[in-house]
Design a protein around this ligand. Sequence first.
Ligand code: NAG
Ligand code: NAG
Length: 373
Amino acid sequence: MFTEEKKKNTNYGSILVYCFFCLVLVVGVVRFAKPYYNLQNLMETEAVMEEGLLDVDKSGMLPFIFRNHHKLSTTVREETRTRPPLSYFVKFESFATMSNLVKGNGDKYESRPFSAGGYNWTFLIYPNVDKPVGSGGYVSLYVKIDNSSLITTQNEVYAWIKFLTYKSTTDTYHELHATEAQRFHLFKQQYGMLTFLEIGYYQNPVHGFIFNGEQCVFGVDIVVSKPSAWEDASYEQNIRDPVHDWTITDFSIHDHVSYTSDTFSSGGRNWVLKVYPNGVGSATGSSLSLYLLSASNENGYVKAKLRVIDQKGSNNVEKQVEGWPNAQENGWGVDSLIPLADLEDPDKGYLVNNIIKFEVEILAFSRTKSISN
Ligand SMILES: *[C@@H]1O[C@H](CO)[C@@H](O)[C@H](O)[C@H]1NC(C)=O
Ligand SMILES: *[C@@H]1O[C@H](CO)[C@@H](O)[C@H](O)[C@H]1NC(C)=O
């Protein structure tokens, strides 16, 4: 009795264990059904398509079965190019051997660190079925940014990423890339394509992705979007110290081509005035020409009034300049400020005892601040 009882218990236990395994098996089959289906389907299609594939290849186009099988999202583009990877590539002596070896390393191959766009990166290649989960029968490719620079700067990094694999039959690279730059930061340190290319393409040399035995090449372009300089433009209107006087004693119309003032500051910028007593350009020989120049060679917008002072009365001559530099040597000015005849007229008060007085009133100017990384 006792032994029979015991035997019965054992049987119930076996049934339970058996049922448990059935359940595990069903779950397992369901879990792997999709990826295996993809792979199986691909292999079958390849067998059927082989002739068509070769025809298409001769014309230099990608075999159309890529398009049948690749689930391209609208923002991912597929290209064929001859240019090799820009940032890094990994060549495997054998795709099959690598696939086996990485099983002990989370099913991924991680490259050595390399530098691109001022950051360090690694390139991750997942050659096995459903690794990472969801990749089905595809090879997945990722890049990972070295987070040490992100931690210190708290920066975000935008980069355009292109993934490539070499195709020996056409001596080209098959490329997939997202059209938008990817954002990397402390909480998103990697980006990649879960479904880069079907594993099946690396299992038969006829497709060209494995060559010279079982070699294959995966590469990546990383182009970091980082303006090295930019400018900040503003418009200054309420100028500090807007008016500056310039007196020249011993002024001679005929002995000097030009006079240049000392540097003066107005609105926080340094300027000089430059006068051509006998005129310049269109005014040569007929009028005095006067220019305002930026001492630091700024060349934005300026609005200013230029004056010749009437030392005997109140008939100052005044002309306004407004706009971008209009004169030689980076200046804003007036070719014909005052006719030489008026200047030399002893009845008028512009040139008295060889003394001439100019005035400039700076009303506004644009300011650009240059910032560089
Ligand atoms: C990249 O790695 C090298 C070598 O480890 C290191 O010297 C360098 O500072 C790193 N650069 C950045 C931006 O993290
Ligand atoms: C930075 O990267 C290393 C290596 O991948 C990882 O172990 C570490 O957790 C990361 N740190 C942060 C803050 O993400």
